[in-house]
Design a protein around this ligand. Structure first.
Ligand SMILES: [Zn+2]
Length: 223
């Protein structure tokens, strides 16, 4: 099964399309939202306190892609905020937090390509480097071959990590880039936990990358 993610806002993007694809669901992995139920408060009234599920993030990148810890921390902070904030009645707050646990580094194998164009190249990077976010200059293979400059990310369901383009939407302001990358990374993490595309307006899992795609459902959040 494959699914697609494109930048839909052509008005802002001058027709540049970004497509993001999920590879193959391979199984079931529990990553439920943890909830601590406290038996009772001092007043005797039971209450529920959400416990944030901390997701440790290690980022590697091709040497041609400039990336530093500060930018990663910004992306992860925004991804965490998008996941946690309930910005409408249709949205839910997912008690997850993405936290960088190691300094960003270049790919361990310098022969890895900067652009993923074949299944072998994808597998080498996805399964040959132990970071769980792999940043490349771009890709045009994700289960099938796409036109260049279309794919923003590619993630195997229940796999070891996500692969993302370093600049999925060229030409945006730095602030918009940070937000778009945050939505992109969050979308790809969703695929990693087995989420499929959802075409509802504002869904993080919408196949089109937009700044306004910030919502999860209760069911998505349970993953
Ligand atoms: Zn997708």
């Amino acid at each position: 099964m494959s699914a697609q993610w494109r930048v839909a806002n052509n008005r802002l993007l001058s027709g540049f399309l970004v497509l993001l694809v999920m590879v193959v669901p391979m199984g079931l992995m529990g990553c439920s939202q943890n909830v601590i139920v406290t038996p009772s408060s001092p007043s005797g009234v039971a209450f529920v306190r959400p416990a944030y599920h901390i997701l440790p993030i290690r980022v590697s990148h091709h040497a041609v892609v400039p990336l530093d810890n500060t930018e990663i921390d910004t992306i992860l902070r925004l991804s965490t905020r998008i996941a946690q904030e309930r910005d409408s009645l249709e949205d839910v707050s997912c008690p997850v937090a993405f936290v960088r646990t190691a300094p960003v580094r270049a790919f361990r194998n310098p022969s890895f390509p900067s652009f993923i164009a074949t299944p072998d190249e994808y597998d080498a990077i996805m399964y040959g480097d132990d970071a769980n976010v792999k940043v490349v200059a771009g890709m045009n293979w994700c289960g099938q071959t796409f036109r260049p400059n279309v794919l923003a990310g590619c993630t195997p369901a229940y796999g070891p990590g996500i692969a993302v383009a370093s600049d999925p939407v060229p030409g945006r302001s730095s602030t918009e880039k940070d937000w778009l990358k945050s939505v992109l990374w969050l979308h790809e993490f969703g695929h990693q936990f087995g989420l499929l595309h959802r075409h509802d307006a504002h869904a993080v899992m919408h196949p089109y990358l937009e700044l306004s795609h910030t919502q999860f459902t209760v069911e998505e959040c349970r993953r």
